[in-house]
Design a protein around this ligand. Sequence first.
Ligand code: DQA
Length: 149
Amino acid sequence: MTTVYILNGPNLNLLGLREPEIYGHDTLAGIEARCRAKAKQLGLEVVFRQTNVEGELVNQIHEAREKAKGIIINAGAYTHTSVALHDALRAVALPAIEVHLSNVYRREAFRHHSYISPAAHGVICGFGPQSYELALEGLAAILNNKGKA
Ligand code: DQA
C-alpha cells in the first residue's frame, strides 16, 4: 500500500474548541476519520500526526522521506514563519500538498505569505475539513501519474 503522511502543526489539536467561527466545529479526530475514509477509497494508507513543536514537524517530514510517498501538511501558524519547514520539504523532495481549513487570503495580511507554498506541489485552502480530502485526491492523482508533477 502507498503511504502518505498527513502532518498537522500548532493549535490544530484544539479544533472544535478553537475559534469555531473560523475553523468550524469538527475536531482533529473527526478530520482524521474523514481522511482515513477518503484514503481507503483511494487505496492509500495514512499516517496522521499533530504536534505543537516546530522541530517535531521537521523530524516527521524527514521520517516521511523513508516511509511515505507524499505529504499533506497543515503547518498552522508555522506556515507563515518557518524557513525550517520550507527547507525540510525541499530536502525530502516528496510531493507535498499544503492545506488550510480557512481561506488564509481572506484573513489578516500576515497570513498571506507562506514559506510552505514554494516547496509544495499545490495549495488547498478555505474548504474546512474538505481541504484535507481534496488534498488526498490531488496527491493520489500525482502518485498515479494523473496529476501534473
Ligand atoms: C490554518 C491557517 C493559519 O493561518 C493558522 O495559523 C492556523 C490554521 C488553517 O488551517 O486555516 O493555525 O493553517
